[in-house]
Design a protein around this ligand. Sequence first.
Ligand code: AMP
Length: 196
Amino acid sequence: MTDCIFCKIVRGEIQTLKVYEDSLNLAFLDINPSSLGHTIIIPKKHYQKLEEMTEEEAKELFSVIFRLTKIIPKSVGTTDCNIGINNGKFAGQEVSHLHFHIIPRFEGDNGLPMQGLVRMEVKKEDLPNIAEKIKKEIENSEVFKEKEKSEEQKKEKSEEIKEIKEESTKSSEREWQEFNLEEQDKAPNYSEARRE
Ligand code: AMP
């Protein structure tokens, strides 16, 4: 059992203002809000950083964030918000349990955009080099290969299902034809009957 503050919230050992909960995720108001409606969204399972989760868990978490983005700004009378993670110590993470922030933004609130978080000196002429490094890393890493593999598997599966469906339609048509033929064999010969 961890003594992480957000794990304690999950276990109900620390009181918080919950706004949403399901079996995997929880959302509550930030105790020290940056703006009206500032909300923290966490997976109940303890991870420090986003990349530690499984893709399925990340999808579930992102689906909650997606839905809350439609609700939270509106419920505090605005249309806009910043959404983000302080993903790791260097990025300013203080609570070491993965969490998203939804921070509603208001006209004239004097806040900064996300790009205002850090201003490193990066030379424009270095950008192509950086893009190459990232692309090479993608090529060499297993991360996207897994995605390609799973997409290939999904495609194969859906083709399999399509084939099974087509086969079953064909065979039910055949059965219907056979059934009709049988019925015709059994039909009485009325022309014979009339002659009698
Ligand atoms: P960070 O780890 O930098 O992304 O920030 C952690 C956030 O969690 C801060 O905005 C805190 O105000 C917030 N926070 C810390 N403890 C609590 C708590 N007990 N209830 C709600 N929010 C909290």
